[in-house]
Design a protein around this ligand. Structure first.
Ligand SMILES: C[S@@+](CC[C@H](N)C(=O)[O-])C[C@H]1O[C@@H](n2cnc3c(N)ncnc32)[C@H](O)[C@@H]1O
Length: 371
């Protein structure tokens, strides 16, 4: 699978679209808002630059696309007013893979510029926004041109399926699983970790060339607290999806070999694994790292173990969110025709699981400064 060609969030504005199923990611952005605002204000107040170069990496296309950018701009504008200074220029870049719906973003730009003017007055800006298609696992910007790098819910996607697992041909067989799981052989965990380390190192090396000294980076990604890569906190949602696929195998709808040969290009690191790569790269100072937990269903605001939230509805909600994100890759391998059935079964598995145990997504937030 060519990840760059195949991976994209579900487009449009329909029932299964990312635009209509991205409240989990929106919750993560709002939980990290204060960290982002503090970092950008500290950065602005250190040198009062005439111009700020800001990028959101893995911006997708939907209601979240402008959210962080708008938070960053509003925070700086509020501060400079408070200090009685003139507005800096904002150079904003929205990056994602080429298959992302950039046209939709460009069509929303006029409305966004208008909103910025209304919120911040005529003496604001100017602000220039550009789309940058390409993989963040490589150079995308000129040397020392960026001040602030943000990315949310994107860096757990790898650049490729780890070599050796791709199609299971002559390599390691991850039998009955589509990601690392309790039953995966040790070579699967090794292959995933090594791919993550290569990718994250390339990400940091590329940003270290593109960012100015003193520049800041805030990254949020799915991960785990436990050092154990097969821990339920990170693997279980996809184990339930594997189970749904295996149910379809037992019903003769899909072939077992097709499940065995499919592995998602995804990795949920531990904090220590992130820190090890940051230290290997050596060009960033790690300022802060935090763990934020979110319920699998973002509509469930109840933190109690024995939440009365309807588990059937919850299962369906979780399945819709997962579908908007993973469907492009699953449909490419198993065919579009099984998707409704697959995610119905997955929703049922999630509901059943949540009646026994309330599990949460572990989000890692790291904030760094370019040395
Ligand atoms: C779940 S979406 C998150 C979108 C948005 N940041 C949000 O919080 O709603 C993940 C995005 O990361 C993008 N992505 C994954 N790998 C990427 C890569 N190597 N380079 C750039 N974008 C990537 C995907 O295309 C997708 O749009």
């Amino acid at each position: 699978m060519e990840v760059q060609q195949v991976l994209h969030m579900n487009g449009g504005a329909g029932e299964t679209s990312y635009a209509n199923n991205s409240t989990l990611q929106e919750k993560a952005i709002s939980k990290v808002k204060t960290i982002v605002e503090k970092r950008i204000i500290d950065l602005y107040c250190t040198t009062f630059p005439k111009s700020l170069g800001i990028v959101d990496m893995g911006c997708s296309s939907g209601p979240n696309t402008f959210l962080t950018i708008s938070n960053i701009i509003d925070a700086v504008d509020k501060k400079r007013r408070h200090l009685g200074r003139s507005s800096p220029e904002f150079q904003v870049f929205l990056n994602d893979l080429p298959g992302n719906d950039f046209n939709n973003i460009f069509k929303s730009l006029a409305g966004f510029y208008e909103k910025l003017k209304q919120n911040n007055g005529p003496d604001f800006g100017p602000c220039f926004i550009a789309g940058v298609p390409g993989s963040f696992y490589g150079r995308l910007f000129p040397t020392e041109s960026l001040d602030f790098v943000h990315s949310s819910y994107s860096l757990h996607w790898l650049s490729q399926v780890p070599p050796g697992l791709e199609n299971g041909r002559g390599g390691v067989l991850n039998k009955g699983n589509i990601y690392m799981a309790k039953t995966s052989p040790p070579a699967v965990f090794k292959a995933y970790l090594e791919q993550f380390e290569r990718d994250f190192l390339l990400f940091l090396r590329s940003r270290s060339e593109e960012m100015r000294a003193g520049g800041c980076m805030v990254l949020t990604l799915l991960g785990r607290r436990s050092p154990d890569p097969s821990s339920r906190e990170c693997c279980y949602p996809l184990e339930l999806l594997s189970q749904a696929l295996m149910e379809m195998v037992s019903q003769g709808i899909i072939k077992e070999a097709d499940v065995d040969s499919f592995n998602l290009p995804y990795y949920t690191p531990s904090v220590q694994e992130l820190i090890t790569v940051i230290e290997t790269d050596g060009s960033f100072h790690l300022d802060q790292h935090e763990v934020i937990e979110l319920n699998w269903d973002p509509n469930d605001n109840d933190n109690n173990e024995d939440s009365v939230f309807d588990k059937l509805t919850t299962g369906r909600n979780v399945a819709k969110i997962s579908r908007a994100v993973t469907e492009s890759m699953l449909a490419n391998h198993f065919g579009e025709v099984i998707m409704d059935d697959l995610f119905k079964k997955y929703g049922e598995n999630v509901s059943e699981h949540l009646t026994k145990e309330k599990t949460k997504y572990v989000n890692l937030v790291i904030s760094m400064t370019k040395k």
